[in-house]
Design a protein around this ligand. Structure first.
Ligand code: PSU
Ligand code: MN
Length: 336
């Protein structure tokens, strides 16, 4: 779909649009493609807490209709815990901060037909008028420009296994190094190399903390990865104080808060591990590369575990939404 659009869009038409834009100021040009939902726009202008949510998890991370139901449920949890949800995506070339019900449904039904938009994909997706789902990196970039400081998701990308040879390191890690947004997630999936991911976050200068009494960094489907988190904080208030200090210093780097999945919702570690190993063999055999790797692994792990991984995935993102919304509320009380 994307390939077809690239080669068929009228060149003359796009040249014409570019010429028209010369009469606008840089500022007008920058925001001409942005649409805020009334709810988000009101919250931002009255300095109420806002929580950004990503859309790649909807289009490339979960099947329909669970993706649609989960996206709606997560938005509601954010509201119930005192913040306003801002799901971010690109619809027909426009950056949407906060989606309507129909926008959300369109994306959920499009699934993998939507472009997976990380930092490098914005210019192309917008200039070609395409519809895209933003990754953690993409969502952070937009959230920051919209003035949103907290972003909740399930899991972030990381250093892939064998990444020292393939150089497959998610752009999420570099974005965390250069964009001052806090990402609340359930750690990193063991489809990745968790140890190297933590190492790389350190290199990028990202403040990493685990929201727990224990300093064990979580492994997404399970509360413990066996790798030590650089720090751990056990209250929402401490998390908000940490973010506040990061913002005040203007370090311009991000914060990662890893929230372990509640024990009652955790998946069977061994069953997940077996599913991951066999999915990793499949990508090698099928020659799947680049941005298609993560969506493929997520889907196959879910198939092999007969939906058990999806069930845990939904539970942990809801838990993250609750905590992230509470942190955003507390951060607003600190004046941010
Ligand atoms: N990990 C998950 N679920 C997801 C993703 C990662 O458990 O949905 C998505 C996120 O949008 C993340 C992206 O930003 O995959 C990372 O992709 P890549 O590995 O290609 O950088
Ligand atoms: Mn990659």
């Amino acid at each position: 779909n994307c390939f077809f659009r690239l080669h068929s869009t009228s060149w003359r038409n796009s040249q014409f649009q570019n010429l028209r834009k010369f009469s606008l100021s840089n500022f007008q040009r920058r925001y001409e493609n942005w649409i805020y939902s009334p709810e988000v726009s009101e919250a931002l202008s009255s300095k109420k807490p806002v929580v950004a949510l990503e859309s790649t998890i909807i289009c490339h991370g979960m099947p329909y209709p669970q993706n649609f139901e989960t996206a709606l449920a997560v938005e509601d949890i954010v509201r119930k815990n005192g913040s306003t949800p801002a799901t971010i995506a690109i619809l027909d070339g426009k950056i949407n901060v906060g989606l309507t019900l129909s926008g959300l449904e369109k994306l959920a039904k499009m699934g993998q037909q939507a472009v997976k938009v990380s930092r490098r994909d914005f210019a192309l997706t917008i200039s070609q008028g395409l519809t895209g789902a933003t990754t953690v990196a993409g969502t952070m970039a937009i959230a920051h420009r919209a003035g949103i400081k907290i972003f909740v998701t399930g899991g972030i990308g990381g250093v892939h296994r064998d990444g020292e040879n393939t150089m497959d390191v998610s752009a999420d890690l570099i974005e965390l190094g250069r964009t001052p947004v806090t990402v609340v997630c359930a750690g990193v999936k063991s489809i990745l190399d968790i140890e190297k991911t933590l190492e790389y976050l350190e290199t990028q200068g990202v403040t990493v903390t685990t929201f727990s009494d224990s300093a064990d960094f979580p492994a997404f489907f399970t509360p413990k990865s066996g790798f030590k988190s650089p720090s751990n904080l056990s209250t929402v208030r401490e998390c908000a104080a940490l973010i506040s200090a990061n913002i005040d210093l203007e370090l311009n780097s991000g914060v990662l808060i890893a929230v372990p999945i509640p024990k009652s919702e955790a998946a069977d570690a061994k069953e997940i591990q077996v599913a991951i190993e066999s999915s990793l063999k499949e990508i090698a055999n099928k020659g799947i590369v680049g941005k298609d790797i993560t969506p493929y692994l997520l889907k196959r792990v879910n198939d092999i575990t007969h939906g058990k991984s999806l069930k845990s995935n939904i539970a942990l993102i809801k838990n993250n939404a609750m905590i992230g919304s509470q942190i955003a509320k507390c951060l607003a009380e600190f004046g941010h």
